[in-house]
Every structure is written in C-alpha cells, then in structure tokens.
Design a protein around this ligand. Structure first.
Ligand code: XBP
Ligand code: MG
Length: 226
C-alpha cells in the first residue's frame, strides 16, 4: 500500500524547462558569451541533468570560447545569475502547474498520503515555483534538491535521500516523473514510478515506468496508488 508520493519538479509539477532555457540564454548574454540555446539544442542538452553540469557539457563541444582554467568559476557565477533570473520569473507566475497536479496533491493530502520532493534543481528554484503557483512548501514533508544530493539523476542518490528522511521502504512510495533520467533514478532506488512526459521529454524512453500518461488531467488518485 502506497504511503508517500514523491514528486519531481521540473517538467512534472510544471513546464519549467523553457523558463530555465531562457534564463540560461539571458545569463550567457550578460556574461558576454555567444552561447544561445534554441529549443531543439536545449532538448538534447537536457540529457545532462543539472544546470551547472549542462553548461559544462556544452563547453566540451565549444571549448575555444572559454579557457579550461577559467571554467569552474565562470560556471559557478553564471549558475548563480541564472538562478536569480529564473526564480524571479517563476515566483511572479511565469509558469502554471501542469493539468491535474494541484488536484492530485489535494486528493493525496485528503487521503492522508505523505508528500515529498526529489529534484535535481536548486532548492531556491523549487521555493520560487511553489510561491508562483500556490503550492505550500509545508505540504511536503521533505524536499531533496541538488543542494542535498550533488550526484544528479539518473543516479538514485536524491531518491535514496528522500527514502531515508521519510523512513519508508522504497515499495511503499510512488515517484512521479516526466523524464527518462527521472524514471531511471527512481527505479535505481527501487521506487515504483509513473511518468508523464513534458514538452521537452516527449521522446524520452519510458522503460521502467509502470504507467505513462500524456498528462495528469485524467489521472485519479486511485489510478496512481490503486
Ligand atoms: C531538471 C534539471 C534541472 C533544471 C535546471 O531535472 O535538469 O537541472 O533544468 O536547474 P529533473 P538548475 O526534473 O529530472 O530534476 O539550473 O538549478 O540545476
Ligand atoms: Mg523532471
């Protein structure tokens, strides 16, 4: 019997990735770099989870733009600025929750299920998204973010951390994801997982997900945990 729902954030709670993409691009321009990520390129870069890791992966394709010994500091600075831009946008309502998410969270709370967050994004991004979409952070018993789990999805670390904080065995939880990286992370932690691909993860391999839906609008709590 499922006792806890563990939600991914980016792509699952909301279609945040285009906001991330535009925040990266604004940052690159402010830092005087000629990097610009259009949607198809960003879709490919999303295979690397984590903003800092994504920028580093891109640099490996275009190493001439920045000398290697300047890279760590540049990426750290750009990631701080990107987080500033992104949090400002989402806190002021730039993205809405995906269909069905607010209802499922309300139904789960009413049914006494425990709620948690497992994400490879920065904690400040999660707090800003919740502020901008009317989710109360207090509804979530624990939120494991990149700040706590530096080895990112598809590694299971962030999910293992949530399990230990909840004090629950993996089969008593259900993970809710939008991407192949997320499904693989949950599965590697032993947690049953369902998936609804987001705009940027339509082509992702759903292998390992016990159900796949186009969105959560038609998904009842009984379908999730029944
Ligand atoms: C989401 C991500 C995040 C965001 C950027 O993956 O990969 O990196 O794109 O956030 P998931 P940061 O939904 O699987 O958690 O810039 O804060 O890293
Ligand atoms: Mg996601």
């Amino acid at each position: 019997l499922t006792q806890a729902l563990i939600f991914d954030v980016d792509g699952t709670l909301a279609e945040t990735e285009d906001c991330h993409r535009r925040a990266f691009n604004q940052t690159f321009a402010e830092f005087g770099l000629k990097w610009q990520w259009d949607p198809p390129l960003y879709g490919a870069l999303l295979k690397v989870s984590g903003g800092k890791e994504r920028m580093r992966a891109f640099w490996h394709r275009h190493p001439h733009a920045v000398p290697a010994d300047a890279l760590d500091e540049l990426i750290a600075g750009m990631h701080r600025r990107k987080t500033e831009i992104y949090t400002q946008w989402v806190a002021s309502g730039a993205v809405a929750l995906r269909p069905g998410i607010a209802r499922l969270i309300a139904e789960a709370r009413a049914a006494g299920l425990r709620l948690a967050i497992a994400t490879t994004t920065t904690r400040a991004n999660v707090m800003a998204l919740m502020a901008g979409t009317g989710l109360n952070p207090a509804w979530f018993e624990t939120m494991a973010c990149s700040d706590d789990a530096p080895v990112k999805k598809p590694a299971p670390l962030v999910y293992a951390l949530v399990l230990s904080r909840l004090g629950l065995a993996a089969p008593l939880c259900l993970a809710i994801e939008d991407s192949s990286n997320g499904v693989r992370a949950a599965q590697a932690a032993g947690i049953p997982v369902v998936m609804s691909p987001s705009a940027f993860t339509q082509g992702d391999n759903p292998a390992g997900a016990k159900a796949v839906w186009p969105d959560f609008g038609g998904v009842s709590l009984a379908m999730l945990v029944g």
